[in-house]
Design a protein around this ligand. Structure first.
Ligand code: ADP
Ligand code: MG
Length: 224
C-alpha cells in the first residue's frame, strides 16, 4: 500500500504537470497566432511584432528544455565528486550574469569535501538556486556560498541579501509552475527537490534575520 500511495502521488504530479504544460504552451501559441494574423493582414509595425513573437517562442523553448530535463530518467551516474570543484564551476558559469546585475558572488575555496553524487545533476541544483538568488536581487546584491560538514552530512548554504520570500508563498515553492517572475517557469525548485531526493538529500529554505533568504543543500556523507 505504501507503494500504491507513492504511485498515486506521482500520478497527481504528472497530472499537475500536464495541465501546467498545456497552459504554459497555449498562451504563447495563442499570442503567436494573433500576431501572425496581424502580419498576414499587412500591418506596418512588423519589427515590433517580430520581437514579441521571438520572445514568445523563447518562452516555449525554455519551458520545453526544462521539461525535457524532467522527463529524462534520472540515471544513476554517481561517483565520488569534490563539492568545491562543482561549486567553482557553476560560479564561473553564472558570474557574467551576476555581474550584469551588479551582484557579487562571494565564495572561498577552503576544503575538499567528497560526496557520492551525479555531478551534472548536483551542478543543476546549484545552478537553479544561485540563478534564483541572482534573479531575486533588485539592483545589486551579494550572494555568499558557504560549505560545511559534520560526520554524516554536507551542507552548501547559498545566502542572498535580496528581498526574501513572502511568508504566504513559502509553502508553494517547489510546486510545479509556481513562479512569481514574469518569465519564470516555476520548475527550478521542483527539479531541485527531485534530484536531492534521489541523493537522499534535501533542500532547506530559511529567511535571514536581516535581509534575504538562505537555501541549504544537504547531502549525506559516506560515514567511514
Ligand atoms: P522560477 O525561477 O522559474 O520562478 P523556481 O522554482 O526556481 O522557478 O522558483 C520559484 C519561486 O521561488 C520564484 O519565482 C521566487 O518567487 C521564489 N524564490 C526562489 N529563490 C528565491 C530567492 N533567493 N529569493 C526570493 N525568492 C526566491
Ligand atoms: Mg528558478
Amino acid at each position: 500500500t505504501e507503494e500504491m500511495m507513492i504511485r498515486s502521488e506521482k500520478m497527481s504530479v504528472a497530472g499537475q504537470l500536464a495541465a501546467g504544460i498545456a497552459h504554459e504552451i497555449r498562451n504563447p501559441l495563442t499570442s503567436l497566432k494573433g500576431f501572425m494574423q496581424l502580419l498576414q493582414a499587412g500591418v506596418n509595425r512588423k519589427e515590433e511584432y517580430y520581437k514579441i513573437m521571438i520572445d514568445e517562442i523563447e518562452k516555449m523553448e525554455t519551458i520545453t528544455s526544462e521539461l525535457l530535463f524532467i522527463s529524462k530518467p534520472l540515471t544513476n551516474n554517481k561517483k565520488e565528486e569534490i563539492v568545491e570543484v562543482m561549486v567553482h564551476e557553476i560560479v564561473a558559469l553564472l558570474l557574467p550574469q551576476a555581474r550584469l546585475k551588479n551582484v557579487d558572488i562571494k565564495w572561498k575555496r577552503q576544503d575538499n569535501h567528497c560526496v557520492y553524487c551525479d555531478r551534472s545533476q548536483i551542478k543543476q541544483v546549484l545552478i537553479n538556486i544561485v540563478k534564483n538568488a541572482i534573479e531575486a536581487m533588485d539592483e545589486k546584491g551579494t550572494i555568499q556560498i558557504l560549505i560545511s560538514a559534520t560526520d554524516v552530512k554536507l551542507e552548501i548554504a547559498i545566502i542572498d541579501d535580496g528581498p526574501g520570500i513572502p511568508e504566504e508563498i513559502i509553502h508553494k515553492l517547489g510546486e510545479p509552475f509556481f513562479t512569481t517572475k514574469k518569465s519564470g517557469t516555476g520548475l527550478g525548485l521542483m527539479i531541485t527537490n527531485q534530484i536531492l531526493e534521489k541523493h537522499d538529500g534535501k533542500l532547506e529554505i530559511e529567511q535571514n534575520t536581516n535581509r534575504g533568504s538562505t537555501f541549504k543543500i544537504i547531502l549525506p556523507l559516506p560515514n567511514e
